[in-house]
Design a protein around this ligand. Structure first.
Ligand SMILES: *Cc1c(COP(=O)(O)O)cnc(C)c1O
Ligand code: SF4
Length: 454
């Protein structure tokens, strides 16, 4: 069932020893992309229209090494970075298109796109409500939802080497400041971790924290190591740089420093986990990506992989099986398959829970136990990380079998429960408890207004 390594025509092979200068492309210089000549004018306009609402950014590596330009518009790597008309609801698309047509001033377009953004559930899963506080002071750049793990969003890491069209973090990239997480001060964070002995993991996230120079990342990490907080055992770094800019680990000016930083954490007796986002097996093919993986692992850091299941990009079991298999060969550990969140362009990428389970199961069945470390399909929802275990029949009733892999309430973790069978459900909030005993997993202290949506 495995697909062979892909090497679509038109993709430039990476030459060992090659260095690369980062060139980003946004709406401003979209039309300078050499390969873009292959795209119709209407498609370019679509990118510009959708790009008013959802952020657009790509770079020269993605364009030269990941996208198969012979296969536009279906190419999954193209869809991953380049906005498609259908990613907006027709009425939203039309609103911006009309403003374009009558050459509306930019502030009018900006106002309209902001209104649309607020309709796209910019703040899913009650993220606003996981902000920890210390002596009454809010740690705005962090989230503490599960006892063991604190998420930290360094303010300098609020962008990425390229933007994924599906990303639920999109509000952070388009200047919706009210809901942007970031915190300049590492001091507060260190103090917070010190006072919470249950916290074993610190997860740097973003955006992509590896957009930061190594020296900036090191200043945060040194603060945690120097203070010698012995209960903090693992530093995780959530990143898509292995896919979007693998030079970060190999040939960038401070690539060696980054690897040395990982080594330093490991020498302190802690674990370094690179939480790598890979959405498609093709991202694992370029030699530079493989070299980056090798260098990270060489110093003893581990790479765990995760991705959402996405219509138009990876909604086929063969792709997941190939991706997991390749990851195992390269020494990475498959970790999570997520269900696409109910935000932004979910209507375009979303897969029903029932189909997600079929895809997961077919992929899982066809790989060896080493690749079955992946858990999914998993929803990062308000009450926790909820895994859809499958469809079954209990007491004569067709049900979804579920469990929580993480929970706000730790006591809910790893307890099987049942939801009413619903072939159209795409998210946790579409589900209803199957039996009375299952209510506790649904009747949560809904403290907040937007929680009903996540
Ligand atoms: C996924 C997640 C974590 C980490 O959970 P693990 O299961 O330990 O990987 C921590 N905090 C939040 C908010 C998360 O969504
Ligand atoms: S790299 Fe990660 S944070 Fe950045 S756009 Fe993609 S999914 Fe979102």
């Amino acid at each position: 069932m495995l697909i062979p390594p892909t090497n679509p025509s038109g993709m430039k092979p990476f030459m060992p020893g090659e260095e690369s200068r980062y060139q980003s492309y946004t709406l401003k210089n979209l039309r300078n992309i050499p390969q873009i000549q292959k795209i119709s004018e209407q498609r370019l306009k679509d990118i510009e229209i959708v790009g008013q609402v959802l952020p657009f950014k790509t770079n020269n590596y993605v364009i030269e090494h990941l996208i198969d330009w012979q296969n536009i518009p279906e190419d999954p790597m193209f869809i991953l970075n380049f906005s498609q008309k259908e990613m907006l609801q027709p009425r939203h698309y039309q609103k911006i298109a009309d403003l374009f047509k009558k050459n509306a001033p930019s502030d009018e377009i900006e106002k309209a796109s902001m209104e649309i953004r607020w309709e796209l559930n910019p703040h899913p899963a009650g993220q606003k409500y996981n902000i920890p506080s210390l002596d009454g002071l809010k740690l705005k750049g962090s989230q503490h939802k599960y006892r063991e793990t604190v998420l930290f969003f360094p303010s300098q890491g609020q962008t990425c080497h390229a933007y994924c069209t599906f990303c639920f973090r999109w509000p952070q990239f388009v200047g919706m400041k009210e809901i942007k997480f970031s915190m300049n001060e590492s001091n507060l964070l260190v103090e917070y971790i010190r006072k919470h002995p249950h916290v074993t993991d610190l997860l740097f996230t973003g955006g992509d924290p590896l957009i930061m120079k190594t020296s900036v990342l090191a200043s945060y990490i040194d603060a945690v190591l120097d203070e010698d907080i012995s209960h903090l055992r693992t530093i995780r770094i959530g990143t898509k740089a292995l896919s979007y800019w693998p030079y970060r680990f190999v040939s960038d000016d401070d690539a060696d420093d980054l690897i040395a930083l990982f080594e330093k954490i490991i020498r302190s007796g802690r674990h370094v986990a690179v939480m790598a986002h890979f959405n498609h097996p093709r991202e694992l093919e370029p030699l530079i990506a493989r070299e980056a993986i090798r260098r990270i692992r060489e110093v003893g850091a581990e790479i765990r992989t995760q991705s959402p299941l996405l219509g138009h990009i990876n909604d086929k079991p063969e792709l997941w099986a190939a991706m997991w298999q390749r990851q195992v060969e390269l020494g990475c550990i498959p970790y999570y398959m997520f269900v696409a969140r109910n935000t932004g362009a979910q209507h375009y990428f979303g897969v029903t829970l029932e189909n997600a389970w079929h895809i997961f199961r077919d992929a899982y069945k066809s790989v060896s136990g080493l690749a079955r470390t992946a858990r999914g399909p998993t929803m990062s929802a308000y009450p926790g990380k909820v895994q859809m275990l499958g469809v079954s029949k209990v007491a004569g009733e067709k049900v979804f079998v579920m469990r929580m892999l993480q929970g706000r309430n730790t006591d809910h973790v790893a307890r099987p429960f049942f939801a009413k069978y619903d072939p159209d459900a795409t998210w946790y909030t579409d589900l209803k408890p199957a039996f009375d005993q299952d209510r506790i997993f649904f009747d949560l202290p809904w403290a907040c207004d937007n929680s009903a949506k996540d």
